[in-house]
Design a protein. Structure first.
Length: 71
């Protein structure tokens, strides 16, 4: 077979993952959280705009409601 006999006729792109966590300054976190609490704002949309996982923003929002600093 022209494809090497394994049925695969394409290429694979290997994407390297970054290591570690991104550090968000407290003032930036606060601004993003405040934006997410605006009327009509959706957590997923705000998170996407800031290249952030929606679950991370949800954690920050929960911490803000509890009066704990987001870490």
């Amino acid at each position: 077979m022209a494809d090497g006999g394994d049925g695969f006729d394409g290429c694979i792109e290997v994407v390297q993952r970054t290591r570690g966590y991104r550090r968000w300054p407290d003032d930036v976190k606060a601004r993003i959280v405040a934006e997410s609490f605006q009327p009509g704002a959706r957590v997923a949309d705000v998170a996407c705009r800031h290249d952030l996982a929606a679950h991370q923003l949800s954690d920050w929002r929960r911490q803000a409601r509890e009066g704990r600093p987001a870490r």
